[in-house]
Design a protein around this ligand. Structure first.
Ligand code: MF3
Ligand code: CO
Ligand code: CO
Length: 289
């Protein structure tokens, strides 16, 4: 697929192709010819896309900050849902989880042995010692931002605190492994290494994802892997790193009743942090945290 050098760029920037994505395309082509897996054009963002995602991220970050101010023992997870829902709407956003593939609430709240996708409920009350993941995704003007944080309720056990800390470090190591013209496998390798060094395991059934005008787009981002393998990482790609780190085994199962809640198979604690990231020409930029 060749485009006239003077024709408008395929990315929609309005610039001439030769002044926009031509040299990037040529570089990608050299990798493709050598047999590497390369990203499709649809997932390469232009300046307007990036600005849109950053706008969504401002609201998303604000919602997570608010949760941090309010979360406490005695609160129901439904109260967190309302907090996030109302904040998002008041700031011009749409909570992406609501009705996403039938998901019934505006946020995911996952406590202790719940790995992810915990559904808020009036009957689920936070208690001292719990470790809680709150995963917020916001749409503003059609663009998505997705991030999650761990919150510790009152005083938690040393083991739980260590898990929360190491899980965050796992995400950070994964992010630091991102280099333009590196590979997707670099991320998973760094995450997995750090988890296993600390005696923990990484969930493999779920992973991070490309994100933009679509909640979950290519590529799937594994949190285990081999350096130098997987899709080529190219400037303009936006994706999440969101490792789920289990204190015990990596195996998980989905609640048969609600079809959403993911638990550790062995009942061990699980922790997760998530950022939305942009791959730049020089490195990586955190979009949502
Ligand atoms: N926010 C989750 C993620 O990080 C996805 C939640 S899907 C939902 O990808 F439907 F459960 F909200
Ligand atoms: Co995500
Ligand atoms: Co998320």
């Amino acid at each position: 697929m060749t485009i006239d050098r003077n024709a408008p760029c395929w990315c929609g920037s309005g610039k001439k192709y030769k002044k926009c994505h031509l040299s990037l395309d040529e570089k990608i082509k050299t990798y493709e010819l050598k047999g590497y897996e390369v990203p499709p054009r649809e997932i390469i963002k232009n300046e307007a896309d990036i600005a849109g995602m950053k706008k969504a991220a401002v609201v998303n970050n604000g919602a997570l900050d608010l949760v941090g101010e309010k979360i406490c023992a005695g609160m129901s997870t439904e109260e967190i849902n309302q907090l996030v829902h109302n904040y998002t709407i008041e700031h011009g956003g749409i909570p992406a989880p609501l009705n996403y593939e039938g998901y019934p609430k505006s946020v995911c709240v996952s406590i202790n042995n719940v790995v992810c996708h915990g559904i808020p409920s009036e009957d689920t009350i936070l208690k001292e010692g719990d470790i809680v993941n709150v995963d917020v995704t916001t749409i503003v003007d059609g663009y998505f931002a997705d991030a999650s944080r761990m919150y510790m309720i009152g005083k938690v056990s040393e083991e739980a605190e260590r898990l929360v800390r190491v899980a965050k470090e796992c995400m950070e190591k994964g992010i630091q492994a991102i280099k333009p013209w590196g590979f997707l496998g670099d991320i998973g390798a760094a995450v997995q290494e750090h988890a296993e060094k600390n005696g923990y395991s990484i969930v493999i059934d779920l992973g991070g994802h490309g994100i933009g005008k679509i909640f979950h787009e290519e590529p799937f981002v594994p949190h285990v892997g081999v350096r130098g393998e997987g899709m080529l990482l190219v400037p303009g790609m936006t994706l999440t790193v969101e490792p789920m780190v289990n204190a015990g085994g990596y195996e998980v199962y989905i609640d048969e009743e609600d079809d959403w809640t993911v638990y550790t198979e062995d009942g061990s604690l699980s922790a997760q942090w998530e950022h939305t990231l942009l791959i730049t020409e020089t490195g990586v930029e955190i979009i949502a945290h």
